[in-house]
Write a protein that binds this ligand. Structure first.
Ligand code: IPD
Ligand code: CA
Ligand code: CA
Length: 266
């Protein structure tokens, strides 16, 4: 089978690493912190500079593609209406970045007719680049990765979740039974970067992830990573995930998927 989008992947990696250098240089040194939708929804000059740098490279090489970036408020640049769309989160984990917690990532995905086919999640602080192409497997710095298939039950699972940046979405977080999950799993983390958490599920470091009220640029790249690493991705009802405006996601090693869904919605 021919694996498509190799050229797009190498450009996306180049763009993610370039943005990553900006992030690295400004960790503990950024100057501007502003709020967006509410007090806990933060943005810095680094988010904006990193996004401009990525968008510029993508536009230059793929002028016919649409680009949806977080800092353009989800507005499309490039060529709207085509079947190829890039989803860019230039700095996933802004709150960590602002507070000086070294856990954040650059996330870039390409979707064909709404289906993510390419994912890059780059951790600039550890120089770890997670990549995946539909049908081509998932890699970390070039080496194949897979979800952890040695764990088949929640009681043995290390899970991860996140808390919506926009406080208006916090009540939705309580619609899932996370206290029940906490009682059933080995333990639960919240590391503050959905994209990197998904990459960690793909790499077998974490067994499963869920979060409500995410945006498409938070999950598009990580979705491809988990699927290509032989994991399972769905919405809370267990159906295939759509890249909608507002995304509820469950992503696991596959073996614990149903048990986690039942626990979350029970
Ligand atoms: C946030 C991170 C965080 C998640 C929030 C997101 P941002 O993205 O992914 O882990 O819990 O819901 O908004 O704002 O840092 O790009
Ligand atoms: Ca994000
Ligand atoms: Ca972001």
């Amino acid at each position: 089978m021919t694996i498509k989008y190799q050229e797009e992947l190498s450009l996306a990696v180049q763009a993610a690493r370039k943005a990553g250098r900006l992030i690295n240089n400004k960790l503990y040194r950024h100057q501007v912190t502003e709020t967006k939708s509410c007090l806990s929804d933060l943005v810095t000059e680094v988010d904006r500079e990193a996004e401009s740098c990525i968008v510029q490279l993508l536009k230059q090489h793929f002028p016919g593609h649409a680009i949806i970036g977080e800092e353009q408020q989800g507005n499309c640049t490039g060529e709207p209406g085509g079947n190829m769309t890039w989803y860019v989160d230039p700095l996933d984990g802004t709150t960590n970045f602002v507070f000086g917690v070294p856990f954040c990532a650059v996330s870039i995905a390409l979707a064909e007719d709404g289906v993510p086919v390419l994912g890059v999640v780059h951790d600039p602080l550890r120089e770890e680049t997670f990549t995946a192409l539909q049908g081509g497997g998932a890699r970390l710095n070039g080496s194949t990765i897979n979800v952890d298939k040695t764990i088949a039950t929640l009681e043995h699972s290390l899970l991860v979740t996140g808390y919506p940046g926009n406080i208006a979405n916090r009540p939705r977080m309580h619609q899932v039974n996370y206290t029940q999950v906490l009682d059933c799993c080995n333990n639960l983390r919240a590391l503050g970067s959905a994209a990197l958490e998904l990459a960690y599920v793909a790499g077998g470091r974490l067994t499963g992830f869920w979060e409500v009220a995410l945006r498409p640029w938070d999950v598009a790249a990580g979705m491809v990573l988990v699927q290509e690493a032989d994991g399972t991705v769905s919405n809370l009802a267990g159906q295939p995930l759509q890249l909608a405006e507002d995304v509820d996601i469950v992503a696991t090693n596959g073996l614990i998927h149903q048990e986690l869904l039942t626990c979350l919605t029970g």
